[in-house]
Write a protein that binds this ligand. Sequence first.
Ligand code: G3I
Length: 426
Amino acid sequence: MNRRTFAMQASAWLLAAGAAPDAWPFFRKKKKQQPAPAPAAPALNSVVGTASLRAHGLLAALPVGCAVVPEILDLEGARAGKTSDPYTQTVLDQAGILVAENAMKWSALRPTPAGYDFAASDRLFDFAHVGGQLVRGHNLCWHEQLPAWFASVATPENAASLLTQHIQRVAGRYAGRVQSWDVVNEAVHPPDGRPDGLRNSPWLRLLGPGYIELAFRTAAQADPQARLTYNDYDIELDTPDQEVKRGQVLLLLRRLHARGIPVGAVGIQSHLQATGPQPGAGLVQFIREVASMGMEVYITEMDVNTHALPGDAAAQDDAVALVYDRYLRLVLPEPNVKACLTWGITDAHTWLNQTPKPWAERPDGTRQRPLPFDDHYQPVKAFYSMRDAIDAARAATTRNAVAAPTAPQQQPFVPFAVPGSPSSPH
Ligand code: G3I
């Protein structure tokens, strides 16, 4: 679905949901900023229709959505306009943009070196079509979740064609229907000790640093309409480690931009912690540096980990809501932040309740509550924090214009003030 089709469908969806047409952000020419019209008053405690995250996002010209597991979405029920499945209903109600949590990774799509399995990813696109939802692609090139055969099949001689053929086939299949593609995921990892900050990934070992450029160029040919995105984690905080990583990500983006590589956006994953340092001014500075290259920013995988937070469910809900509130009020007003997704919509389906690691499991054995809806599909405080932050951003920001990437700079390697970057004075 392209942006125009989406705008038309979204307008129809808002009309059906009962939002006043003069509040729609679509097709408006940029004009003097006016006070945002008040949203239609929702019924008490209502969280669907005009009271949903999706509707509030639409009114702010901000696609809001979540990662999903396409295999368990009730596509047939959605097609019939009637589902009894709460997961499906919540995704339909709340998400204006979807991304597959796992179904579009190499391990899911590539059961054999020659074969592709598009069953789950096709299901995602079919579902999104029914639901009038945008789709993000995740991901085309990552060091994790490579199929078991990859290690014995990939060689320095065939790796470039493995990568390009995969991208041509996958991005080509869904061309014109993807809002943005995570073309390269998590390629920066300063602890690996390389001067360029790149991760010592299988792709780097096989192809050298040029694999990143190759992936973006190939994706641009395969789907010229999608915003091509570099996606990463641990770049949210102003801590020394994350400032170093953020600086290296920025240097990578500048190198790519200078060489005319079509990177159109940066995904800030936003897997945050309820305890410890919280994001601050350095993140906003980073988003603005990205904007200066004409790139959009997406909040791609937000959730709040409470493994280290003592207390009961109510204590978790309070802490998680506070993180959503502070974080989204910090980043959403930036005009180049153009999408906001949580990594799941319900605590019933979150990797944080499926990962048997000390950094995910709570010592008291209770489940994490990192998302806007709990295990029973009830909205928690984080839902309201998120919705209020979207409204606040709507009042503060004009987000209608879609920025085009700027021309490459003449002197791409001029130092810039990002703490921790190699060219920074400190
Ligand atoms: O599909 C198999 C299943 O057949 C098997 O029975 C089961 C047994 O453990 O494993 C299943 O695969 C798991 C898969 O999730 C699907 O549930 C993998 O073991 C597990 O490692 C995988 O974890 C995913 C992880 O990425 C690695 O791909 C998480 O669900 C997913 O939330 C997580 O998402 C990542 C983003 O892609 C990138 N950013 C970080 C984010 C969180 O780690």
